[in-house]
Design a protein around this ligand. Structure first.
Ligand code: FNR
Length: 356
């Protein structure tokens, strides 16, 4: 069994390979099943667009954040430094990878601390797994002086991971205890398999107000862990729900939804916002420029996402991210089929602007 630090190196390497090579990650995904109904006279002035996002009690400069990836290895230190510099330069929220490894082995803490050292005043989220003792969340927050805790639910990944956990029975109580033991808001997230309506209801019942559905279609840890473990679980390579499906499935009453998983470019992010996400997380697409380039080229890449997000708002006639929920959306293909199977009416989405 590999050391925890070697596992983190594997994750970075295999996630990067996946992004370069795996058609399931590079190619079509369920965001392609969502299309805006184009209104050729519907645009507004780019200068009037305000990208500010309301996320719970927080105001973020844009509806975009760097999602949790890494820490606990040599390459992780370099990746986290580049991501933290970009987050600082662009005033974007950023999450760490799971801090569990630094709680178990404090010698690896510096590869997480770099996130706060490079970005002393930024919005930082610490990350920890749901299988951990309740106080580990606060310990992760303390290490990063974090503004929020991301608590990840990754039963599919653990199942496929050779050295993964096998007991998922107590996770909901674990979430509840972590919420109670943590002095910053807890954001519960998946790691690329999606959060169902029932899961979101259960989370809300134990006091979780913010969740990142992190769905299928981008970085795929069933494939990554399967590759690490001799491909025994290759058949789980398409397991789970996409972010688009999750956003449609989510209970209307859920307070604050975030979306990630398979966001390849700014248009995918815009589609998630149009389905009600308050902000959109990106991991894999920022990993390659963080690994291969300089902090400056990574920053330029993410700045270009922000410029494009603003331009797409203007093109679609949305002055704010919230206005995107009044755009007319056509739901096709597998997402439409999912909605039908779940009894969700998507026809209404095609006539939200009142422009019919
Ligand atoms: C991740 N992700 C992740 N999530 C988490 O909650 N804790 C973690 O430690 C990690 N580690 C991790 C490492 C690497 C290298 C990648 C690329 C991703 C999952 C990530 O936050 C996100 O949920 C998924 O990657 C889906 O988003 P993308 O990659 O399709 O944008």
């Amino acid at each position: 069994v590999a050391s925890a630090s070697a596992r983190k190196e594997d994750h970075i390497r295999l996630a990067a390979d996946q992004r370069r090579e795996d058609p399931a990650v590079k190619g079509h995904n369920e965001f392609d099943d969502l299309e805006f109904l184009h209104h050729a006279l519907g645009g507004i002035d780019n200068a009037t667009v305000d990208l500010t996002a309301q996320v719970g009690d927080w105001t973020w400069s844009a509806p975009l954040y760097i999602n949790g990836m890494t820490g606990g290895a040599e390459t992780a230190m370099r990746v986290n430094r580049a991501l933290a510099i970009a987050a600082r330069e662009l005033n974007l929220p950023m999450a760490s990878g799971s801090v569990g490894i630094a709680i178990d082995d404090p010698a690896t803490a510096a590869s997480f601390r770099v996130i706060r050292e490079e970005n002393p005043d930024g919005f930082v989220m610490a990350n920890i797994g749901a299988g951990r003792p309740a106080d580990h969340g606060q310990r992760a927050v303390d290490l990063l002086e974090a503004n929020a805790l991301q608590l990840h639910l990754n039963a599919v990944q653990e199942t496929v991971m050779p050295e993964g956990g096998r007991d998922f029975a107590d996770w909901l109580r674990g979430v509840e205890r972590t919420v109670a033991a943590t002095d910053v808001p807890v954001i519960v997230k998946e790691v690329g398999f999606g959060l169902s309506r029932r899961t979101l209801q259960q989370l809300q019942e134990v006091g979780v107000q913010i969740a990142d559905v992190s769905g299928l279609g981008g970085t795929n840890f069933a494939r990554i862990e399967s590759a690490r473990g001799g491909n025994a679980f290759a058949y789980l390579g398409n397991f789970g729900q996409s972010a688009a499906a999750c956003l449609l499935d989510a209970p209307v009453a859920f307070p604050t939804l975030l979306a990630s998983g398979g966001v390849r470019h700014p248009l995918d992010a815009i589609k998630a916002l149009a389905l009600g996400a308050r902000a959109v997380g990106v991991a894999g697409p920022f990993l390659l420029p963080a690994l291969e380039g300089t902090p400056e080229t990574l920053t330029d890449e993410i700045r270009s996402w922000l410029d494009q997000l603003r331009m797409l708002h203007a093109m679609l006639g949305a002055a704010t991210p919230a206005d995107l929920t009044n755009t007319d959306l056509l739901v096709r293909g597998r997402v439409r089929e999912f909605a039908t199977l779940r009894g969700i009416d998507v026809a209404a989405l095609s006539d939200r602007s009142g422009a019919r």
